[in-house]
Design a protein around this ligand. Structure first.
Ligand code: HEC
Length: 196
């Protein structure tokens, strides 16, 4: 078999044979990634054992089952600019990259408009939980009064300041975050504290 090769992006969310991917693959977030990080991620995935589970067919409803419609969707919702702009410290800039690009925190914590686009004007302010009842919490300073240390510790241990422990889909996010260097968790916390 010919082995796949990493190609730098020119067309975000487009397969090597030119089809639009559904944005369930969060390229709306990964569009912010540095090419070198995309290449590293690709190299890592090439080391994983081949899975013998066949690909599942898509199960999305109209109008999203019309793949061509995704071109229009992307025109409306695919935005290359970062949400947080303006003057910011080096630490917050690093946190912005981790949150807005690599961590895809917004895919869960930001509400979506009628066609599934992230509402950038309500960034990280909480959203209905797509996997059941309840809401995914608001993690801007308006919704979360934890200190930066509290946030960093939660991302490391899954423990909240009032000794509750993380649940739901956030548990696997914390599993991943706990493997980051401490400076990265501190940067994420600093970014969240710097949100409007
Ligand atoms: C797959 C969906 C998902 C993703 C991605 C996600 N979160 Fe969460 N997050 C949740 C859910 C669900 C909860 C509520 C957990 C609970 O009730 O225990 C939560 C809770 C939190 C909380 C605690 C808020 C509170 O009031 O208890 C913080 C802080 C947080 N997330 C930060 C982040 C950061 C930072 C990222 C990106 C690195 C992120 N989350 C990515 C789903 C997600």
């Amino acid at each position: 078999m010919e082995s796949a090769r990493f190609r730098p992006r020119g067309h975000p969310g487009v397969s090597p044979d030119g089809r639009h991917y559904y944005p369930a693959f969060p390229y709306t977030t990964y569009i912010h990634m540095e090419d070198t990080d995309v290449a590293d991620l690709f190299a890592y995935m090439q080391t994983l054992p081949v899975s013998d589970t066949p690909n599942k067919p898509h199960d999305v409803g109209f109008p999203f089952n019309i793949r061509r419609g995704l071109g229009l969707w992307k025109l409306l919702y695919l935005d290359e600019s970062f949400v947080m702009t303006g003057e910011m410290s080096e630490q917050v800039t690093q946190g912005r990259y981790l949150v807005e690009a690599l961590g895809h925190c917004a895919e869960c914590h930001t509400p979506r408009g009628p066609f599934g686009g992230l509402q950038r004007d309500a960034w990280l302010s909480g959203a209905p939980n797509p996997s059941g009842k309840g809401r995914i919490p608001n993690i801007t300073p308006a919704g979360l009064d934890w200190s930066a240390d509290d946030i960093a510790y939660y991302l490391e241990s899954g423990l909240t300041p009032d000794f509750d422990s993380v649940g739901g889909t956030m548990a696997s996010v914390v599993d991943n975050m706990s493997q980051l260097p401490e400076v990265d968790r501190a940067a994420i916390a600093a970014y969240l504290k710097a949100l409007p």
